[in-house]
Design a protein around this ligand. Structure first.
Ligand SMILES: Cc1cc2nc3c(=O)[nH]c(=O)nc-3n(C[C@H](O)[C@H](O)[C@H](O)COP(=O)(O)OP(=O)(O)OC[C@H]3O[C@@H](n4cnc5c(N)ncnc54)[C@H](O)[C@@H]3O)c2cc1C
Ligand SMILES: NC(=O)c1ccc[n+]([C@@H]2O[C@H](COP(=O)([O-])OP(=O)(O)OC[C@H]3O[C@@H](n4cnc5c(N)ncnc54)[C@H](O)[C@@H]3O)[C@@H](O)[C@H]2O)c1
Length: 442
């Protein structure tokens, strides 16, 4: 065999799996068809968060006057942001390259497909053999099958727009739709978000998503519920037909309607690897497919599409194959944050999910105006909430909508993993004055 471990996909999961296996002594190679780092680094978490930071300045500028600052109308320049973002990302691409080099991982910068249980074929015609193959090819954004869909953009394109639109229609009320609504609105774009359901962020805690939706609306984001789109026509601007019979006019339509796994090209089904109807790879607890030597991690298995989960799965598969066996990541308590404005973070069970597990729970909630908003006219408020199992008093769910919710939730995630009870929260001294201290005084 040419290698012990061949990884297809140089994103979060693939690079982590490759480096871990190499550190454990395996002979490892990675094939990556695009820039190193995958979705998260190039068209996901990192550039998205940079855009969120850019958008948040508008709030700071609007509030600055009440804190005594005299500002002469700040101007925003999109091309500066894009240029600086691109430079930061190229730096990260370089860091990933160095990490692979230092770990002695061979890199094939081309597309790969699996042509045998132990064989990979590259676009340049090379055939490579490997004891184990890991597929970590991630996913890609989808467009709904409607007439004129080609006039819309997807999240990948949003990171390279030549100019900022004046008015945008975002289709989809999931993570990406809500985050980009905050980004565009914060950068001064008139923003409409059309969601086919009756509330954004399906699957999240109902109190939190309702509270967030109210805050987005109060800031001027136009949320349309129960609204699908049926067609887009391109005239001087885009005309968006909704299935309620209305027409909206905008300069840009962003489809944030979900992602599909990158498996079409890989040739896996022919080899006996089982795929779901949406093309995700079916794996067992060991991340192995129906073919023993082929494994898969990250977005392509469509379990939890988050970078920390892809990293954890990548570590685990490498440790299981070449180390003493790695622990399965925790799929129950997954901390996450929607980087909207304000941000919305959560971990664990809401009361509905707890009841589905036959748990009797107590719920503690508090809404308040954070101190940072006490001098300014703003509709922005904060929500904190704990769900506690009645008998054991263990905190089984924590939720927050407000500034820095993601930063705060990371600490609570550790406490919850350690099994903290409501009494532990109560006995913990607050850090005053913060919003986070509300979690220890609920
Ligand atoms: C807009 C956006 C924002 C996001 N924000 C966050 C966030 O804030 N926090 C968070 O945790 N997660 C976020 N995510 C999700 C996160 O980016 C993914 O969960 C993560 O990148 C998955 O890693 P992966 O390794 O499975 O796949 P990817 O990172 O997608 O990597 C797959 C790689 O495989 C390559 N590839 C595909 N097919 C082939 C082939 N045949 N041959 C060679 N190479 C191939 C691709 O080019 C790609 O580089 C976001 C996603 C998006 C789209
Ligand atoms: N902050 C983060 O951690 C973060 C940020 C962005 C993305 N992500 C990850 O990436 C994944 C993909 O994000 P996403 O927002 O694309 O997906 P999503 O599944 O979160 O949301 C998709 C949305 O599109 C809607 N939709 C689907 N098909 C539609 C159609 N034909 N017409 C109209 N609406 C339609 C759905 O109702 C839903 O509201 C997320 O599930 C998440 O795991 C994470």
């Amino acid at each position: 065999m040419d290698y012990d471990f061949f990884v297809i996909g140089g994103g979060s999961g693939g690079i982590r799996a490759a480096r871990t296996a190499a550190q454990l002594g395996a002979r490892v190679a990675v094939a990556e068809q695009g820039p190193l780092g995958g979705t998260c680094v190039n068209v996901g978490c990192v550039p998205k968060k940079l855009f969120v930071y850019a958008a948040e300045f508008s709030k700071a500028f609007a509030h600055a006057g009440d804190f005594g600052w005299q500002l002469t109308s700040p101007q925003f320049d999109w091309s500066t942001l894009i240029g600086n973002k691109n430079t930061a990302i190229e730096r990260l691409n370089g860091i990933y390259r160095q990490l692979l080099e230092k770990a002695n991982v061979s890199l094939y910068e081309t597309r790969a497909r699996v042509t045998g249980a132990h064989e990979i074929s590259l676009d340049d015609g090379q055939r490579i053999s490997a004891r184990h193959i890991v597929v970590a090819t991630g996913g890609q954004p989808t467009r709904p099958p409607i007439p004129g869909a080609e006039h819309g953009i997807v999240s990948d394109d949003a990171f390279y727009l030549e100019q900022l639109p004046q008015r945008v229609v975002i289709v989809g009320g999931g993570y990406i739709g809500v985050e980009f609504a905050g980004i565009f609105h914060g950068l001064g774009v008139e923003t409409v978000l059309m969601h086919r359901g009756d509330m954004i962020l399906r699957g999240f805690d109902d109190d939190s998503r309702q509270f967030l939706a109210e805050q987005l609306q109060a800031q001027g984001i136009d949320l349309r519920f129960n609204t699908g789109i049926s067609a887009i026509e391109k005239h001087d601007r885009l005309h968006i037909k909704t299935d309620n019979g209305d027409t909206e006019v905008a300069d840009c339509v962003l489809f944030a309607t979900g992602r599909k796994p990158n498996t079409e090209y890989l040739g896996l089904a022919e080899l006996g690897v089982e795929l779901t109807a949406s093309g995700a790879i079916l794996v067992d607890q060991q991340y192995s497919t129906a073919v023993d030597s082929i494994h898969a991690v990250g977005d392509v298995i469509d379990r939890v599409m988050l970078t920390p989960m892809a990293l954890a799965e990548g570590t685990t598969v490498a440790q299981r194959l070449f180390g003493d066996g790695g622990a399965q990541p925790d799929y129950e308590q997954v901390p996450t944050c929607v980087f909207a404005q304000p941000s919305m973070a959560s971990i664990g069970l809401n009361e509905r999910q707890a009841q589905e597990q036959d748990m009797t729970v107590e719920v503690y909630r508090h809404q308040f105006r954070p101190l940072q908003y006490s001098l300014v006219e703003t509709p922005l408020r904060c929500l904190v909430k704990l769900v506690v199992e009645k008998d054991s008093q263990r905190v089984v769910g924590a939720f927050m909508v407000g500034p820095d919710a993601g930063e705060i939730m990371q600490g609570l995630a550790i406490a919850m993993r350690a099994g903290a009870t409501k009494q532990d929260f109560d006995a913990t001294l607050g850090i005053h004055p913060t919003s986070a201290e509300e979690f220890v005084s609920l």
